[in-house]
Ligand binder design. Structure first.
Ligand SMILES: *[C@@H]1O[C@H](CO)[C@@H](O)[C@H](O)[C@H]1NC(C)=O
Ligand SMILES: *[C@@H]1O[C@H](CO)[C@@H](O)[C@H](O)[C@H]1NC(C)=O
Ligand SMILES: *[C@@H]1O[C@H](CO)[C@@H](O)[C@H](O)[C@H]1NC(C)=O
Length: 435
């Protein structure tokens, strides 16, 4: 099949001279009509094969070399075997879940938790270098030891997604892959559009065409509340004033998700996470780099709002978030469509997952000083207007009611676990010991 495809000239210009030559030879109108008919016929045959052919398992990346995402190697009998094994359900009524962003902070924790209770899990991650990919590889190594295979690939790659759905009939998709970070959007705006919008649409396209359609749970963000000043933030509050491109792409994602729910009957649950922290967390988050900088004696910058107002976050511990994610999967109703056709109304939900107790960033630093037994070199600056909001506070009564969600970890206990992990991780990394 791939050989056949390779014979087709990739530049349309190459057809031109031949075509004019033929037109010249076949003068009469009927011949021209025939020619057009035949061209149409061949064109549709080519399209037909192109649409039908998944990458053949024995020739993975060769014919994909022209693609932007060509560097990932996937496919082949060994690969498929690993995918099937990892997706095998070991408990009664277990789910089969595709976790995008599987080597990410939340993704790796959710994958491990699902596997532990007997669900089938496949991770998908592109291991991009927004932050140290080494950390993602270490998370992957841990998951692999737990029996979770993390496929290296991109949610933007529809061929790969279709292949995964060919191999495994996923009942659920836990979509956590995203371009995160509020300030980085000013440096690299396109990565937010590619991942949070194009990638999301690509994933939903494949999901809506899958048979059976999976139920989808995905990570939106508390940042969609933007300039909303009514606290605590409740799901009904307005979300039309995002303060960052990140927030805007997440808000767009919620609108896009609604469309796919409405048109194709996909069951979709959006989760608005509030500042998730904990072991194996993201190094671009303040609690993480504050810890690093306090330990190395580097000054840390603490922002304050107008009139020396404090900046506060509703820090939410990873284990509580994981419980919320699992409860969302467990309470998700089935999608109603098949093969791209809606059969009836499908479930559409949005939940805040927060801790409901905002903590000042200066208090966060004090807790870290206490845990690390090192005094921080604090530098207080006015918060720049680059996307961060001053205050977040989740109203979680909806998640409490519908999911039984009940966070149980306060910031001090959670940070204690984070710091313990951080110190162990640093010393292991230095020794380059295996995971
Ligand atoms: C693919 O890999 C090659 C060499 O390993 C590298 O030079 C190139 O930039 C990569 N391309 C992409 C799209 O990542
Ligand atoms: C994702 O898809 C968009 C639109 O199709 C494309 O412009 C972008 O380059 C892709 N992103 C990556 C990371 O390849
Ligand atoms: C939280 O949201 C619920 C609706 O989900 C609302 O009834 C309740 O009044 C809100 N609580 C506060 C403190 O705003």
């Amino acid at each position: 099949m791939s050989q056949h495809m390779d014979n087709i000239p990739s530049t349309p210009g190459k057809f031109k001279s031949d075509k004019y030559h033929y037109i010249h030879r076949f003068r009469s109108h009927s011949s021209l009509a025939k020619l057009i008919l035949w061209s149409l016929f061949f064109f549709s045959v080519i399209c037909f094969f192109f649409l039908l052919s998944p990458t053949s398992p024995t020739s993975p990346p060769a014919d994909r070399s022209r693609r932007v995402l060509a560097n990932y190697t996937w496919g082949g009998p060994e690969w498929e075997k690993k995918v099937r094994q990892s997706a095998r359900v070991r408990s009664d009524h277990g789910h089969t879940v595709l976790v995008t962003g599987g080597a990410g902070f939340v993704g790796s924790h959710v994958s491990a938790a699902l596997k532990r209770r007997g669900d089938g899990v496949i991770g998908l991650d592109n291991f991009n270098n927004y932050y140290d990919p080494e950390l993602k590889r270490h998370r992957r190594d841990l998951l692999e030891r737990a029996g979770v295979f993390v496929v290296e690939g991109d949610i933007n790659d529809s061929e790969l997604l279709r292949k995964l759905f060919d191999v495994v009939a996923f009942t659920h998709v836990m979509h956590l892959a995203a371009q995160a970070g509020v300030r980085y959007a000013m440096q690299n705006p396109k990565s937010y559009v590619n991942s949070n919008i194009a990638g999301l649409v690509n994933l939903l396209e494949v999901c809506k065409s899958a048979d059976p359609q999976p139920a989808i749970v995905w990570a939106s963000s508390s940042s969609v509340y933007g300039l909303n000043s009514k606290v605590p933030f409740s799901e009904k509050d307005r979300t039309d004033r995002p303060a960052s491109l990140y927030a805007a792409t997440k808000k767009a994602g919620e609108a896009i998700a609604h469309t796919y729910n409405h048109i194709y009957g996909l069951s979709i649950t959006g989760l608005r996470f509030f500042t998730v922290y904990g072991p194996w967390g993201r190094p671009d988050m303040a609690y993480f780099f504050f810890t690093r900088d306090i330990l190395t004696g580097k000054p840390i910058t603490i922002f304050e709002g107008p009139d020396h107002g404090s900046v506060a976050r509703d820090f939410t511990y990873i284990d509580d978030i994981v419980k919320g994610c699992l409860a969302s999967l467990d309470t998700a109703k089935k999608s109603t469509g098949t093969g791209g056709k809606k059969k009836g109304a499908a479930q559409f939900r949005i939940f805040n997952l927060g801790n409901t107790s905002p903590v000042d960033v200066s208090k966060l630093v004090s807790i870290l000083e206490k845990l690390l037994k090192v005094k921080a070199k604090r530098r207080v600056l006015p918060m720049p207007r680059n996307g961060d909001v001053q205050y977040t506070h989740a109203n979680i009564s909806l998640a409490q009611r519908e999911l039984g969600y009940k966070p149980t970890t306060d910031l001090e206990s959670g940070l204690k676990k984070f710091v313990r992990w951080y110190i162990t991780y640093q010393s292991k990394s230095k020794k380059k010991s295996s995971w």
